[in-house]
Design a protein around this ligand. Structure first.
Ligand code: ZN
Ligand code: ZN
Length: 562
């Protein structure tokens, strides 16, 4: 699941509300959110607050100054609240908000990605969302879109003035994304024509297109000077702000290396045992990676037919629900069955399968499990995807995304609704839970077989390797050849998957560690509590998820108190 990142980038502060003394955290965080949406209407739109759709902001130095003032002011207000006045969940909300605001200030003044990452300046997301979401009739949406289109020349002028000392990889990304921005403008033109408004949009659209092309020409002329690698001095604090772990980045990396060795040792045993039945009488290779790789490769031939891909996923969901119920792992809400659907066309191109949750401002909307059918792929690409999501891995994917992974976690979080946690929740807790859920299902005996154990090892190794790769590349200077070898030969990934991952690690940092970081802290917490008398697995899961999307560190502190 991808979470939206709320950095203060394109903002317009419209003043701060004054709070009377004695306000509860609830009213204070409501006031904060309303002020925040005014400051950042794009974030408001992306969160479903469509009444901010017509507000336009520019990514200028003046905006950054307003943001700085806003963040410092609210940080001081939240820090002034004493813990004694707050309930447990309010205390977690407060810590989340304080952490978010500290992180925003750190990003603004220390990371300064606004000065070196040209891809930060991309107005397509809100445009696309407003065009394609039926929150209001088309003419109303076009009315909100028009000032946004008209502001694009000024938007790109502000972007150009902000950039100094760019990184090559991020500059190339921004150039590659430009046709996508132009595509959204084409879609707007088509829908405007449909609504009989072609004339009103003609000039602003032409100027917006020229602004996009002008930005590309500007970027092509820039001389990149900055490395995409963060280096230890930025990576460690970014890890602190983004992950909110009890461990440092270095400790997490060391733990991932240790876990990697454990997983590989167990996969080696499993592959050796499977060899005669899967491969035959040929003598197995002495090399660990060759042995495991050959068995995985052969087993991957077992997969669904491409035309059955979505149906198979749909069929597995009730089976997972039944397993979780029958093995008393977690309570579920039978009144909210998960709807599996083909990914709407305008959302395709990101992930093969993901949970689409409507967020706290659209409680009436359904939660979907979007699955992208393999229709658009060549036969070779489809075969590669099907081998990747083979008979065993497809089940683990459903565990991760749906039950008892992301979807189940969401249902539990919504029982004690907190807008703060829903909007600014901790990504490592969310991903960590899904990764923990995979292991917990295997421990319960789900799909138990030597083949499943080996395939689970491969899948789990991916989360672990993400951490090794991210820290290795950004802090230890790992190069492309070494990274591809780590992913392909030593983690059994396809060439295509490995290349995509190499690209992702150049363009992002720290996010790839969230899976293993969250998982390892949840698992350690469970093992610690398990040692206490009266431990009950289901009760542990219910209590853990009941706190919502808070950092595992904070949840652990609460649960270890009792
Ligand atoms: Zn996930
Ligand atoms: Zn095949």
């Amino acid at each position: 699941m991808k979470r939206r990142d709320f950095t203060f980038m394109s903002l317009a502060a419209l003043g701060l509300p004054v709070l009377a003394g004695g306000d509860s955290l609830g009213t204070m965080s409501e006031s904060f959110l309303e002020a925040f949406w005014k400051l950042d209407p794009d974030a408001a739109v992306m969160s479903g607050r469509f009444e901010f759709a017509g507000h336009v902001t520019l990514p200028s130095a003046a905006q950054r100054q307003r943001t700085r003032t806003f963040a410092k002011d609210w940080l001081a207000r939240f820090q002034r609240l004493s813990d004694a006045q707050l309930s447990t969940t309010d205390r977690m909300d407060r810590e989340l908000l304080v952490g978010k605001l500290q992180g925003d200030l750190w990003r603004l003044d220390k990371l300064r990605e606004w000065s070196w990452n040209p891809a930060e300046y991309n107005p397509a997301g809100p445009l696309d969302l407003l065009l394609n979401t039926d929150y209001a009739p088309l003419p109303v949406r076009l009315k909100a879109l028009r000032p946004r289109v008209a502001a694009m020349p000024a938007y790109y002028r502000a972007a150009r003035a902000s950039l100094a000392g760019v990184a090559r990889e991020h500059t190339e990304l921004a150039i590659q994304q430009a046709p996508g921005v132009l595509g959204v403008l084409d879609d707007i033109a088509a829908r405007a024509a449909e609504a009989g408004q072609a004339g009103a949009f003609k000039a602003p659209l032409a100027q917006a297109r020229a602004a996009v092309n002008g930005y590309v020409a500007h970027l092509q002329a820039l001389k990149p000077v900055r490395s995409f690698r963060l280096g230890a001095e930025l990576y460690e604090p970014k890890f602190v702000h983004d992950i909110q772990s009890a461990r440092t980045a270095r400790e997490t990396y060391d733990l991932a290396q240790q876990r990697r060795e454990e997983v590989l040792a167990s996969m080696q045993v499993q592959a050796a045992a499977l060899w005669p039945a899967v491969i035959g009488s040929e003598p197995p290779p002495a090399d660990r990676f060759a042995l495991i790789g050959r068995v995985i490769d052969k087993l991957s031939e077992r997969h669904v037919r491409r035309e059955n891909f979505v149906d198979e996923i749909r069929a597995q969901i009730p089976q997972l629900e039944a397993w979780v119920r029958d093995h008393d792992l977690l309570s579920q809400d039978a009144s909210k069955p998960l709807a599996v659907r083909e990914t709407p066309v305008y959302l395709r191109g990101v992930a093969g399968a993901s949970i689409e949750a409507p967020g706290p401002y659209r409680p009436q909307d359904k939660t979907y499990y979007n699955v992208t059918p393999l229709d658009d792929l060549t036969p070779e690409q489809a075969e590669s995807s099907l081998r990747e999501y083979n008979h065993w891995i497809l089940q683990i994917l459903n565990i991760h995304e749906a039950i008892p992974g992301h979807y189940t976690q969401l249902v539990h979080a919504n029982r004690a609704p907190s807008k703060v946690k829903a909007l600014f929740g901790n990504g490592a807790m969310v991903e960590g839970w899904a990764v923990y859920g995979e292991r917990m299902m295997m421990e319960s005996g789900y799909g138990a077989s030597p083949e499943m154990t080996l395939m689970y090892g491969k899948w789990h190794l991916r989360s672990v390797t993400n951490t090794v790769l991210d820290y290795g590349v950004h802090v230890l200077g790992m190069g492309e050849a070494e990274a591809l070898d780590l992913l392909v030969r030593q983690a059994f990934q396809t060439e295509r998957e490995a290349r995509e991952k190499w690209r992702r690690v150049q363009l992002t940092s720290v996010q790839l560690t969230s899976y293993f970081s969250g998982y390892s802290e949840i698992f350690a917490l469970r093992e610690q509590l398990k040692a206490r008398p009266g431990f009950n697995l289901k009760a542990f899961h219910e209590q853990f998820l009941g706190y919502g999307n808070a950092p595992v560190r904070l949840i652990a502190a609460e649960m270890l108190k009792g």
